[in-house]
Design a protein around this ligand. Sequence first.
Ligand code: ATP
Ligand code: MG
Length: 287
Amino acid sequence: MFTGKGGVGKTTCSAATALHYAASGNTLAISTDATPSLSHIFEAAGGREPRQILPQLYVNEIGEPEVRQMWDARFGPEVYEVFSSFVDIDYPAFVEFMTSVLPGLGEEFMVDYIREMAQQGSYESIVWDTAPLGQTLGLLETPALLADHLRLAPRVYSRLKLGKSSREPVLEILRRWERLSAENMAFLRGEVDLTMVTIPEALAVRQLEGIFRELDRYGLRVRRMIINNVVKYEDSRFLQTRARQQRRYLEEIYAKYGDMDILELPMFPEEVKGVERLREVEKLLFY
Ligand SMILES: Nc1ncnc2c1ncn2[C@@H]1O[C@H](COP(=O)(O)OP(=O)(O)OP(=O)(O)O)[C@@H](O)[C@H]1O
Ligand SMILES: [Mg+2]
């Protein structure tokens, strides 16, 4: 799993890594970004189903509609049955409401989907390109929070004069959701290898601390960090200035996170797009 703040090179690193693993076995590059770009970087068509784009390399981009489907398939009808007994709402609107309003639902099901892919065992490696990390992790707590709020639920139900038969399914659904959430956290902790991507700039370095603290809170350890966009060729005043500015952030990163595997990726004169350029990145990541 490649994580980090917006625009630092997560998709680039994910794609190059997937390319690398594809040489030795079936590999799935999967993105859970609302605006996916994995397929663009490979210059291939994207899709909600895994799609083969090179020998042993598959790409899959899942977004909002897929999450809605997953939620619908697992919980939709049961929850609707209960809610529709006191709220007048048609089913599609209900699913849309639940999946867009409840924070964390999307993240939850994306983790779940990837866990399922991992368990199926059709791929030797799965490379996971995440959405920019902001509140993403905190949202994984939603089921627990929701369950807390719903401890009050019996009171609400009695006010609504719902019978016992309607109350039980909701509590059972919540328990199932809590279990699912616990399994997903265990999967993240035990089976997912996290790589942090960052760039040597003030804003990115400042944000690292918060991200690591957050990850720590969930017991998620990051083993590797990629510092992207490092100016390596100072063949102009412009680049000399940039390199000078980057130096102090590089020093800061090494001082603070020296116990991690740290790898620098140079800033290229051109954007990284297409397999040929990705191969260059691959060589640098797996020298
Ligand atoms: N080392 C590099 N040198 C030059 N351009 C780069 C480098 N790394 C990434 N880029 C370019 O920077 C842009 C952003 O990279 P990328 O899409 O990988 O970031 P991201 O972290 O996935 O962004 P987002 O948070 O929006 O998903 C892309 O146009 C990419 O080609
Ligand atoms: Mg990206």
